[in-house]
Design a binder for this molecule. Structure first.
Ligand code: ZN
Ligand code: FE
Length: 239
């Protein structure tokens, strides 16, 4: 499975995943249709599925256009069927969603929104976390509770340490500054920031990140309990 990272809008990432024959594709969270269409046309791909992590416009903005153009099926969380445009296939927590070479486990990870899910391609050790887990950060809590978000992050934390994390936004540098302000003695974090700055200076994406790095460097994953997580999340909102 190959993953193409597609920058969209200001700081969003959509992802195109290709099967082993590099013919069939799925797009994860198409913020807008044009950048996706460009790559599909250039590589003569068959866009079979649109996978949505949650209903926010910057994650579903391309659904309608892409479905119309390619006849793709839209996959989203069953409880969000009224909020995900053009939804066709409803998935549930802990379900395996599978089609030919694509196989992902669905995790319901509420907090940012109540219906947020992640797609875990467990054989390839890749997870698409939308706006729940970012590199060195986590999403704002819009609809859920702090406890839901804390539990959602802990679910992801239990995956194999070499899992690659593909998140919804390029927020890594701002997140890094927040982590540093709250965890200033973390030498692993400092190393990661040096690497990060090189990557960003070359106009490259900071994703994917590896779960092991996040566990060591991301203050939200390092939070020991709900109370310290809540404090950090509040501080970040005003950082
Ligand atoms: Zn969002
Ligand atoms: Fe977003």
């Amino acid at each position: 499975m190959e993953v193409k990272i597609i920058p969209c809008l200001n700081d969003n990432y959509s992802y195109l995943i290709l099967d082993k024959n590099k013919k069939n594709a799925c797009v994860i969270d198409p913020s807008e249709s044009m950048p996706i269409i460009e790559i599909i046309e250039k590589n003569k791909l068959n866009l079979k599925y649109i996978l949505n992590t949650h209903h926010h416009y910057d994650h579903v903005g391309g659904n309608k256009e892409l479905k119309k153009k390619y006849g793709s099926k839209v996959v989203g969380f069953n409880n969000d069927k009224d909020r995900i445009p053009e939804i066709d296939i409803l998935v549930k927590n802990n379900q395996i969603w599978k089609d030919e070479n694509f196989e992902a486990k669905i995790y319901h990870i509420p907090g940012h929104t109540l219906g947020h899910i992640a797609f875990h391609f467990f054989k390839e050790k890749k997870i698409f976390t939308g706006d729940t887990l970012f590199s060195l950060g986590c999403g704002r809590i819009f609809e859920g509770t702090y406890e839901q978000m804390f539990n959602s992050l802990n679910k992801i934390k239990k995956l194999p340490k070499d899992t690659e994390i593909y998140c919804g936004h390029e927020y890594t540098l701002q997140n890094a500054n927040f982590c540093l302000a709250n965890d200033s003695d973390n030498s692993k974090l400092k190393e990661k920031i040096i690497k990060l700055k090189k990557i960003l200076n070359n106009n490259l994406p900071s994703v994917p990140t590896i779960l092991a790095d996040e566990i060591e460097c991301n203050v939200f994953l390092k939070a020991k309990d709900l109370e310290s997580f809540t404090k950090l999340r509040d501080l970040k909102d005003n950082f």
